[in-house]
Design a binder for this molecule. Structure first.
Ligand code: HEC
Ligand code: HEC
Ligand code: HEC
Ligand code: HEC
Ligand code: HEC
Length: 279
């Protein structure tokens, strides 16, 4: 965490020279050597935090000032004295949470599992805010309006919901109940992944072709069992709804489904162009 106290005492950002050099290398420099002489307010209001500059920002540019995002660790104990080793946060009680407690950013950027299946960039979640708006409503974006989201608060309906929504069972041909109930009928030793009973050849087989996911690694994990699939499609559910995924056409789609189902009429038929992988 950038220490505000330290910054208040020093007009200049100590140590930025070296870091700025890293930032400059490779990408066109929104952040440049001038960082070395940049004051706290100037850095804080750096245009890279806002649109349009944030759209093109690289992780290296953000990390030049926010290296702590990848470094810092959870505290050994809470301010009230509860030791991390003796207590579990609620999300640690889920079966999907492996290993000791780690920071939110580490779980999305640097944990072994995150690195295998995802490729999230800073600006995937931090999409910038509008300087003129003092966040009139941090949750306004549920209506699809992204302009008011705080850069810190991000837009959950366009980010978190993608991997932390509910299992969208209502669209799945007659399936009912929860996945832990359903899987009993779909899985055995020879069929470790019941999702693939339907998603191997029949439905939505063109999936995850976006730059923020590692589609091949996801299928490799999926071959071992359904926990990894369910993990992003219901197993780590923080929301009551599921994300309205784009419905990318797949081979033999016309032979398998009869027209567009009613629930899918308003769905995009391709992944977000910002992240779409070239075929
Ligand atoms: C030139 C240095 C610099 C660069 C480059 C930079 N930031 Fe910042 N950022 C700051 C400073 C300084 C603050 C104020 C920090 C504070 O008050 O603790 C800040 C604040 C933030 C905050 C709010 C922190 C809070 O606690 O409210 C977020 C989120 C953030 N930056 C993300 C980013 C992202 C994402 C990028 C890359 C697109 C980026 N920053 C690039 C210097 C920078
Ligand atoms: C998966 C979405 C996601 C990604 C990817 C992400 N962030 Fe964040 N970031 C958040 C959220 C949500 C918060 C608010 C966390 C909180 O308040 O506890 C946050 C908070 C921050 C803060 C405020 C300080 C802090 O520690 O809470 C900074 C600075 C920041 N992010 C920078 C970055 C940088 C730099 C990157 C890329 C290396 C990055 N973030 C990647 C979602 C993300
Ligand atoms: C592209 C998919 C994806 C997106 C987007 C995403 N997550 Fe996650 N999230 C994961 C995965 C995968 C894990 C498990 C990582 C691990 O166990 O190492 C996880 C873990 C978590 C955890 C438990 C771990 C912890 O340290 O707290 C929380 C809470 C969480 N995510 C909240 C969020 C929030 C809030 C957002 C939006 C800012 C978000 N996630 C965006 C995939 C995603
Ligand atoms: C009995 C067959 C069946 C099983 C088992 C099954 N699905 Fe589905 N799934 C479907 C069908 C059918 C659709 C909708 C196809 C379409 O778009 O026409 C679907 C759609 C989806 C969608 C897209 C939902 C949306 O809103 O666009 C996701 C994500 C998904 N399934 C994930 C899974 C995961 C993960 C599992 C295992 C945990 C699983 N499915 C198990 C049949 C199944
Ligand atoms: C790391 C999180 C993650 C994992 C693991 C994951 N998914 Fe997904 N899945 C997503 C996201 C995010 C999307 C939306 C991608 C996009 O925008 O095109 C998605 C989209 C889908 C869709 C809709 C595809 C379309 O474009 O029509 C299906 C079906 C699906 N996933 C099934 C699965 C199955 C089956 C597995 C396991 C083999 C799995 N997912 C594993 C995050 C995940």
């Amino acid at each position: 965490m950038l220490s505000t106290l330290k910054w208040k005492h020093t007009a200049k950002i100590v140590g930025f020279g070296l870091l700025a050099a890293i930032a400059v290398a490779g990408t066109h420099s929104i952040v440049g050597a001038e960082q070395a002489a940049m004051g706290y307010d100037e850095a804080r209001w750096h245009p890279i935090h806002f649109k349009p500059a944030i759209d093109d920002a690289s992780d290296e540019q953000c990390l030049a000032c926010h290296a702590e995002i990848l470094d810092h660790k959870v505290r050994d104990q809470t301010p009230a004295g509860l030791r991390t080793s003796e207590f579990l946060a609620w999300y640690q009680t889920l079966d999907t949470y492996e290993g000791p407690q780690d920071t939110f950013h580490a779980r999305h950027l640097s944990s072994a599992f995150a690195k295998k299946v995802m490729n999230l960039k800073c600006n995937f979640c931090h999409q910038g805010n509008d300087l003129r708006e003092e966040a009139p409503n941090a949750h306004a974006d549920n209506q699809g309006d992204t302009s008011h989201s705080l850069r810190k608060m991000i837009v959950p309906s366009q980010t978190c919901l993608m991997c932390h929504g509910k299992f969208p069972v209502e669209y799945m041909d007659g399936l009912e109940g929860t996945w832990p109930e359903i899987r009993v009928d779909f899985e055995d030793e020879e069929t470790p992944n019941g999702c693939l009973t339907c998603h191997e050849d029949l439905y939505r087989t063109v999936r995850h072709q976006v730059t923020f996911l590692n589609s091949q690694a996801i299928e490799e994990e999926g071959a071992k069992g359904s926990d990894s699939c369910y993990g992003c499609h219901g197993g780590r559910q923080w929301y009551r709804i599921s994300y309205p995924y784009p419905r990318n056409p797949w081979p033999d789609m016309e032979d398998i489904v009869d027209g567009t189902p009613e629930w899918a009429i308003d769905r995009p038929v391709q992944s977000d162009p910002r992240y779409r992988r070239a075929k």
